[in-house]
Design a protein around this ligand. Structure first.
Ligand SMILES: [Zn+2]
Length: 257
């Protein structure tokens, strides 16, 4: 586990006033409230009232819905891949060490029907428009990891910025009507893939890597996998559903006809 826990230094100076004790108590209360309201990746119903606008769709592409989201007809982003056998690699799996929920599918060498490793090709799951391509990605550093872990340990598990850093180098494809696929932990982005570009289903967009994983700091070969998210509106497909319901939805999404 990567959480950095520092001993509590210098709790309160001996000459502390009643007023600053009160301030301290208030700060604790605020932290507790933050903790309660932090339902990162959980059911999070009604949380959209205060959600900030999505900050990472940097393109001028406006995903203005013109119809119902289309949640079928996707292809696996890796040739000959299948859904992972284990539910812990599927959306909705708990990620207790980050007080959250796994929001995507993990494609690892061991559990996805085909060899997967560094530089395995990643393809667009469906036709769409590139709305994010991290050409200027900066690798995670130990200092940053410590900072993020401390932030999360400080009950800020829903901090979108931290979660985004853990997804590493990414490409996002907008398929219209609020449906976006995200491809994360990428090692490289394919030539010519840039924001605003239209891609076909099955078009090469990137290559598998391990960017953004804490393990990559210690071992450059660790954790080579693709994390792919199928986003619908504010959440991921299957948010709040049981593991079997989630699996059924994704089987349908990737069904071949
Ligand atoms: Zn993942």
């Amino acid at each position: 586990m990567t959480a950095i826990l520092r001993p509590f230094q210098n709790p309160l100076p001996s000459g502390v006033t009643r007023l600053s004790k009160l301030a301290f108590a208030l700060a604790l209360l605020l932290a507790a409230i933050t903790l309660v309201s932090a339902s990162c990746g959980g059911d999070g119903e009604g949380s959209s009232d205060s959600d900030p606008e999505p900050t990472f769709t940097t393109a001028g592409v406006s995903p203005e819905p013109t119809g119902e989201p289309e949640l079928t007809g996707f292809a696996f982003p890796i040739d000959d891949a299948c859904l992972p056998g284990g539910d812990n690699l599927m959306p909705g799996a708990p990620r207790t060490y980050r007080m959250g929920t796994h929001e995507g599918i993990d494609f690892y060498d061991s559990d996805n029907c085909t060899p997967i490793g560094e530089d395995t090709e990643v393809f667009a799951a469906k036709a769409g428009t590139i709305v994010r391509a991290d050409w200027d990605y900066e690798p995670l550093t130990y200092a940053e990891l410590a900072e993020i872990d401390a932030r999360i340990a400080g009950q800020n598990a829903c901090d979108e910025e931290s979660l985004d850093r853990f997804r590493g180098r990414q490409v996002w494809v907008d398929h219209g009507n609020g449906v976006i696929t995200r491809y994360a932990h990428l090692g490289r982005i394919a030539d010519d893939i840039e924001v605003g570009l239209s891609v076909r289903q099955g078009e090469l967009i990137a290559y598998v890597g391990n960017s953004g994983t804490p393990e990559s700091l210690d071992d450059p070969n660790a954790e080579m996998h693709l994390h792919m998210e199928l986003r619908v509106g504010d959440g991921y497909l299957g948010k709040g559903l049981s593991a079997s319901e989630v699996r059924a939805l994704y089987e349908k999404a990737f069904a071949r006809h």
